[in-house]
Write a protein that binds this ligand. Sequence first.
Ligand SMILES: [Zn+2]
Length: 263
Amino acid sequence: MTGDAAYDYEQLLIFESWDIEGLLNKHCTHGKERWSRKGKTHTDEAKEAISKAHKGKPKTDEAKEAMSKAHKGKSRVPFTDEHKEKIRKANQGKHHSDEHKEKIRKANQGKHHSDEAKEAISKARKGKHHSPEACEKMSKAHKGKSRVPFTDEHKEAISKSQKGKHHSEETKEKMSKSKKGKPKSEETKEKMSKPKSEETKTKMSDAKKGENNPNFGKHCSEETKRKISDSKKKQQKLKCPNCGKECYPNNATRWHFDNCKTK
Ligand SMILES: [Zn+2]
């Protein structure tokens, strides 16, 4: 018998006795050598038969252990797009059990994607948006759940990755819209009302000094100056009832009356 014929005969024997409890595991633990026939692929019929035989049969713990051992440290050949599509279709509408989710979570604890992997994920997601249904689902799933606060390390990483980046006008518009009419949390209000540290003040001031000022190098035309002057003349200065200072309405309402320091 040639090697190929022997292989085929072996396959036939295996298929015929597939249903015998434990047979597959017996062979698996004897060594993966007899299964790894280089370059051989199963025929479609064989695949069908294997698939049928496996349906609904959970693997024994030993079998899982043996498979896990055999795969440790080996990097998987990347799936083809066709294969990925098949997996996606097969999993459509399926959900992991909570137990399974917990297992995945535990297995991934402390693991990080390599920079290469991150790059690949980033590339794959570029320009993609979640569907409205997906957004809705995520929103529902997260409602009422308070996020675990970021660690300082994590915040630093986010800050670093965002340095020098600016939101697009479109994004700004969106953020503004979504915030409009929503009351600020007490925490946010407290943060905003807290007097800023001298360090922060200096930083903010420096950030707008000289050429960093949006008006740097710009001068009002004579006409603009005259207009500003005219409008000021028309405005009546208001006297703050709290500190007695007289100033134009803009500043009066911003810094005096209800907002006066001495109040
Ligand atoms: Zn005042």
